[in-house]
Design a protein around this ligand. Structure first.
Ligand code: HEM
Length: 549
């Protein structure tokens, strides 16, 4: 054999060996990673990765592989945390390396580096976070209560007049609250043009984010010409749309300042402190837009879940009605102070959040460096999921975890069952400090924990107690009048635990309740007015007609 053919044969053998090595290495779970389902070459676990109801599959896997397990997606790693202890140890204690977000090419293409929840905790994120913490702190949330009270009056009024539209009314209410508090403008109707546009843009934005995940898995797709990549035109459209929708409230806020009609919204405070908080004008606009984006739908779908669970659990609803009637009676609406005397209603709200959560897997974090838990490595770059669904159903924490039992929160302030109560008697509080993150872990953990938690809780608490005071929520009936069961697990696909619209017979509890609802809606006009300066003609007409009703 000649020297040249020897070289060619050796090179070929080397290439085959290299390729074989790559084929067997890519997709394989490296030593030291948490266990997980068996992998196949190249794909890893991609072929079994769930595309719908991810939290349910993750919880099944957690039962097999434990409180921390891993999945391989081609060369990338996903780590799933399914116990309070793992969340506490990884996301709280090691937050310095577990607070990134998974890279999103689409988010950068649409929003540059302006979209707070998708940024890594660098200088820009710190500016946003600082501002959001100030404007949404627990003391700031106290100042927002009058707006919430007034908007919840309209929520009751809308339910009274058009009970079949309850899904839209809940969404209008949460959106109008965040819009008023953050941007100083409200939405009296769910068809208010700004809100309609906002949700149309959001729907395209979420679709882009979801389908765009492929770009991060297979980066060369980014370089496809536009004719083969129609999403590029979609990116341009959403980018332009988002800019317009997020910047217009800043302009309105500036105009109100010039006219001397400022209304105390958060954008005013953000603009005033923009220098100290290192925020440019675009960042101010995007912070406002992102807070409305992150706060409206989450809170609305929490309300939907509350109504769904009240309808499906008539016994619990009866107990809540009895408690509300005892504490408040039927001469006035319940207010915030009443809640401290309503342990059952508070327990009801906590139990719905446990069993039917808003964010069953939180929002994914990513590791900026290696983290460890119980000897397992969470490698730099790994995506990290907080499996709230598994934690909320952990039999080590809760008795009969699959059962809807608000009483558990009356027997123990955190709803924990016998196992934890016995354990608490035997161990030191320090050993069990991870238990403290329940139930607020519904809002995430570590540095990325939801900054709107207090506002979200205040909206939800008041909306639920007032809705239950005013209405009974009953199962739908068939043509023969027989009550039909409703499917509480019929959720839309996606990362949020959002139910599909469902049937529910909503009835006001008495004519007196109805009169109080109408009167309190009319009385709310003075709270609404400062936030109605930019309303268009159709909204103004609707508002005027509804207030003389
Ligand atoms: C019941 C209502 C709400 C629920 C259940 C909820 C839940 C969550 C969760 C699970 C996260 C992810 C936390 C993490 O990554 O560890 C989050 C993040 C966030 N939430 Fe909320 N949220 C609610 C209401 C609100 C409200 C009212 C606002 C603001 C007006 C808000 C603004 C945000 C923002 C800006 C982030 C991103 C924080 C970051 O990435 O650093 N949320 N929320």
């Amino acid at each position: 054999m000649s020297t040249s053919s020897l070289i060619i044969t050796a090179a070929g053998a080397l290439a085959i060996a290299g390729l074989t090595l790559v084929v067997f290495r890519v997709g394989r779970r490296e030593a030291g990673l948490p266990p997980g389902p068996p992998t196949v070459p190249i794909l890893g676990n991609l072929h079994v990765f769930p595309t719908v109801r991810m939290h349910v599959k993750f919880t099944e896997w957690a039962r097999v592989y434990g409180e921390i397990f891993s999945l391989k997606l081609v060369d990338g790693t996903v780590t799933v945390l399914s116990s309070l202890e793992a969340v506490w140890h990884v996301l709280e204690h090691q937050h310095h390396v577990t607070s990134n977000r998974p890279p999103s090419t689409i988010a950068r293409m649409v929003a540059d580096d302006l979209h707070f929840p998708t940024l890594n905790p660098d200088t820009r994120w710190k500016s946003y976070h600082r501002a959001a913490k100030v404007i949404l702190s627990s003391s700031a949330a106290e100042r927002h209560k009058p707006v919430i009270e007034a908007e919840v009056c309209q929520l009751l009024y809308d339910f009274l007049n058009e009970p079949e539209g309850f899904f839209d009314h809940a969404r209008r209410c949460s959106t109008s609250i965040t819009l008023s508090i953050v941007c100083g403008k409200r939405a009296p109707r769910h068809s208010t043009p700004y809100v309609k546009e906002f949700y149309r843009m959001m729907s395209d934005w979420i679709r882009l984010l979801e389908s765009g995940a492929a770009l991060d898995l297979v980066p060369p797709l980014r370089y496809l010409p536009e004719i083969l990549a129609p999403w590029k035109a979609e990116v341009r459209k959403v980018r332009q749309w988002m800019q317009e929708l997020y910047m217009s409230p800043v302009k309105e806020c500036e105009e109100r300042e010039t006219k001397g009609t400022s209304n105390g919204c958060a954008l005013e405070a953000i603009r005033e402190n923009a220098g100290d908080w290192k925020l440019t004008r675009s960042m101010v606009g995007f912070l406002g837009g992102v807070l409305v984006e992150a706060g409206s739908d989450t809170t609305a779908l929490s309300m939907h879940n509350m109504i769904l669970m009240a309808t499906a659990h008539q016994g619990a609803q009866r107990l809540a009605h009895e408690e509300i009637d005892r504490v408040v009676g039927n001469d006035r609406l319940p207010c915030y102070d009443d809640l401290s005397r309503m342990p059952y209603v508070k327990a009801f709200i906590l139990e719905v959040s446990r069993l039917k959560p808003t964010a069953p897997l939180g929002f994914a974090h990513a590791a900026s460096g290696d983290a460890m838990h119980k000897g397992y490595r969470i490698p730099q770059g790994s995506m990290i999921f907080l499996n709230y669904w598994a934690i909320s159903r952990d039999p080590a924490l809760f008795d009969d975890p699959e059962k809807f039992m608000p009483e558990r929160y009356i027997e123990h302030p955190q709803g924990f069952g016998k196992a934890i109560r016995t354990r608490a008697e035997q161990s030191s509080p320090d050993e069990d400090s991870f238990l403290r993150i329940w139930p607020s872990v519904a809002f995430g953990a570590g540095k990325r924990k939801c900054p709107g938690m207090y506002l979200g809780q205040n909206i939800l608490n008041l909306a639920v107690v007032r809705l239950l005071w005013a209405f009974s929520f009953n199962q739908p009936r068939d043509s023969s009048g027989k009550e039909l069961d409703i499917d509480i697990w019929n959720d839309k696909p996606g990362i949020l635990g959002a139910p599909f619209p469902f049937d529910c017979r909503i009835q006001v509890r008495s004519p007196k309740h109805a009169e109080i609802i109408r009167q309190s809606y009319r009385d709310s006009a003075s709270v609404f007015e400062p936030f109605e300066q930019e309303l268009g003609e159709a909204d103004r007409e609707w508002v005027a007609a509804s207030r003389v009703d």
